[in-house]
Design a protein around this ligand. Structure first.
Ligand SMILES: Nc1nc2c(ncn2[C@@H]2O[C@H](COP(=O)(O)OP(=O)(O)OP(=O)(O)O)[C@@H](O)[C@H]2O)c(=O)[nH]1
Ligand SMILES: [Mg+2]
Length: 344
């Protein structure tokens, strides 16, 4: 899973990228593309790991991606286009400046958000129009065209021309016929308002984005925090009314935003979190672990995280009847602990 960090120049993208990835080594230099892969913090994995004392504990992972050449207020050029860089991202984080200070204009988060979002929409519109032109040409040459694709693109064009991002419409955002275009405005997006240290409020957004896709962060403060000792950090946190987990929340939210959930496998060798889309059935979940497990699938032995914790041990959970045998079409739930039975 790869999440692209985008936004207007000087909004705090680099700062936030560096805080998110501060304890991993990322690739690339300041002016280049950077990518940092981090583990998704999950208390359940910690608890399971304590319970099983495995040799290895593996958390779900997410890669944060910071496109290069964004630095120093560079505007995109014809040759270089930020949108092409983030086409293969699964989701986006849009950083919006909501701080001022020396050398900065007064923050105007609404207009900044809006103008950047419109650029994104325009980038998709260009792609749609090019493709529709091609389809039109094919038609004139009496070649066979994909009518469904053509209809969907025409609908997309209507939305985009009206300044509506495709993410607002699941019919377009998830249409298989449009998947190859990787429209940027269709990607799930988390908006981070990069607030002044002492500002705890979300800016007024006049309904252009839903509140559940917004969060406040304090990039600079978080950056200072990342470099402190634990005691220093604690004092600092209470002073500024922030919780240590602000960045953890960003990570969790970017995970949820994509409709992703985790199931777990446990044992003496390994406790591990696996990432799936909400709605994934047991057979496909098995396939994520190994194709052999999918091919030879017999049953999934499932206990929910809550039931396991209540029972204390897997053995007790079984005695209480909390361990269920599920078939191929069982819809895996967030927090399920699964043991797949299979034949090879
Ligand atoms: N006051 C304040 N300043 C911040 C905050 N976050 C970033 N800054 C400052 O704003 C400036 C720009 O931050 P960057 O993280 O470099 O922003 P950017 O979006 O990567 O900028 P470009 O790469 O030039 O587009 C730096 O001087 C930061 O120290 C914040 O939360 N509060
Ligand atoms: Mg930068």
């Amino acid at each position: 899973m790869k999440i692209g960090i985008i936004g207007l120049p000087e909004s705090g993208k680099t700062t936030i990228f560096e805080v998110l990835t501060h304890n991993v080594i990322d690739t690339g230099h300041k002016e280049e593309t950077r990518i940092g892969t981090i583990k998704v913090p999950d208390k359940r994995v910690d608890v399971l790991s304590n319970m099983y004392k495995p040799k290895k504990t593996i958390y779900a992972q997410v890669a944060y991606f910071l496109p290069g050449f964004q630095g120093h207020g560079k505007e995109p050029t014809k040759e270089y286009n930020i949108w092409n860089e983030v086409r293969d991202c699964d989701a986006l984080i849009h950083v919006v400046r909501n701080f001022g200070g020396y050398g900065f204009k007064n923050p105007d988060p609404y207009s900044d958000f809006f103008s950047f979002d419109q650029e994104m929409i325009l980038a998709d519109l260009v792609v749609v129009e090019k493709r529709l032109e091609r389809i039109e040409l094919e038609k004139q040459r009496h070649r066979k065209i994909d009518q469904e694709e053509s209809d969907l693109l025409t609908e997309c064009r209507k939305k985009l021309e009206n300044g509506i991002p495709l993410r607002k419409n699941p019919d377009f955002a998830f249409a298989p016929a449009l998947k190859g275009f990787a429209f940027v405005s269709a990607k799930p997006m988390l908006v981070l308002f990069n607030n002044e240290d002492d500002d705890d409020s979300l800016p007024e957004m006049k309904n252009v984005i839903s509140m559940e896709s917004c969060m406040i962060v304090k990039g600079k403060l978080e950056q200072e925090l990342a470099h402190m000792s634990d005691e220093e950090a604690e004092e600092f946190l209470s002073e500024f009314n922030i919780t240590a987990s602000a960045m953890d929340r960003v990570i969790t939210r970017s995970y949820e935003l994509q409709g992703l959930i985790s199931f777990f496998t446990v044992g003496e060798d390994e406790v591990r979190a696996w990432t799936i889309k909400k709605g994934t059935q047991a057979l496909d979940a098995a396939g994520i672990i190994h194709t052999d497990i999918k091919k030879g699938f017999i049953r999934a032995e499932v206990v929910s995280y809550g039931d396991l914790i209540n029972a204390g041990t897997h053995h007790e959970a079984r005695k209480k009847g909390n361990v269920r045998l599920e078939g191929k079409t069982y819809e895996v739930q967030d927090g399920d602990i699964i043991n797949f039975r299979f034949n090879v």
